[in-house]
Design a protein around this ligand. Structure first.
Ligand SMILES: NC(=O)c1ccc[n+]([C@@H]2O[C@H](COP(=O)([O-])OP(=O)(O)OC[C@H]3O[C@@H](n4cnc5c(N)ncnc54)[C@H](OP(=O)(O)O)[C@@H]3O)[C@@H](O)[C@H]2O)c1
Length: 267
């Protein structure tokens, strides 16, 4: 993969899929800019790549002026943007009945509005360079999942917004794509919010059995390179999208069995 002289912006690059994307893009010759909320994690990231063209900015993507500052400082540092990967994201695990509405809003602010703010700010430069805008969505962007109602809503919103933008961008030579990973081994389930909007602090999955962040990042980069429209990752992810499309009522029951035991959400 060759991204020599390309400027690639990745939101949420200090952990998980974003960090794997940062590393692979740097190794492919790209100049990379990334952001996250925690200065320490970004500093650690920078020390892993001494001498590499990596620009890091503390920014919360749910804050419009943080996003504008992140994109403007990237333009000042590297002069242009070819690729934007809207990766920063947050999940949740709690039923609608027990959850505070504020937690739902936080998910929309990060996953949906974060994508809108960063994309709007970077769009003129991406159009100039006939580049790419990617959104890291999820299987829950195709299929609402119990305990993840706001996460599902935010990813449906992200996908709908990007699909509309994709068609608007056809005349500008910009490719817009969305990626829907299945379960990937990262921190996302530990930092997911509970009903009160606080981090849960543990994962309900055996993370060692899941696709690695590095493999996921490799699929994302290949899709960007091939200017694909959309990709769905993992066998379970693909099966879920297909079964939902053709047998939605069966899928409802199957998913209920997977996520609930004795009426309680277990995953
Ligand atoms: N892992 C999965 O199973 C899975 C499946 C489907 C889709 N996805 C999607 O993949 C993307 C990456 O997830 P991941 O699994 O790599 O998660 P992760 O390991 O929790 O990493 C999330 C990254 O985003 C940053 N971040 C979180 N909130 C942010 C905010 N408000 N502003 C700026 N940066 C923020 C985090 O840094 P700070 O905490 O320092 O801000 C971190 O660098 C997300 O959009 C997620 O929805 C993941």
């Amino acid at each position: 993969m060759d991204f020599a002289n390309k400027v690639v912006v990745i939101t949420g690059g200090s952990e998980g899929i974003g960090r794997a994307l940062v590393e692979m893009m740097l190794n492919s010759g790209a100049k990379v800019a990334t952001c996250g909320r925690k200065h320490d994690k970004l500093y650690q990231l920078q020390t892993r790549f001494p001498g590499k063209p990596l620009h890091v900015v503390v920014a919360d993507v749910s804050n419009e002026s943080d996003c504008n500052h992140f994109i403007q400082s990237t333009l000042k540092t590297f002069g242009k943007i070819d690729v934007l990967i809207n990766n920063a994201g947050l999940s949740m695990r709690a039923t609608v009945l027990e959850s505070d509405v504020a937690a739902f809003k936080r998910l929309m602010d990060v996953n949906y509005w974060g994508t809108v703010y960063c994309t709007k700010a970077a769009l003129p430069s991406i159009i100039e360079n006939k580049g790419t805008i990617a959104g890291i969505s999820s299987i829950v962007g195709y299929r609402g999942m119990p305990g993840r109602s706001a996460y599902s809503a935010s990813k449906f919103a992200m996908r709908g917004w990007l699909e509309a933008l994709r068609v608007e961008m056809l005349q500008h030579g910009v490719n817009v794509l969305w990626v829907s990973p299945g379960f990937i081994a990262t921190n996302i389930r530990s930092v997911a919010l509970n009903a009160k909007g606080e981090p849960i602090g543990e994962t309900p999955m055996d993370e060692s059995k899941l696709m690695s962040a590095e493999e996921c990042a490799m699929h994302i980069i290949k899709a960007i390179e091939k200017r694909k429209r959309a990709i769905v990752l993992t066998f379970t992810g693909k099966a879920t999208v297909l079964i939902t499309k053709f047998f939605p009522t069966f899928a409802d029951k199957y998913i209920h069995r997977f996520f609930f035991k004795d009426g309680k959400l277990i995953k």
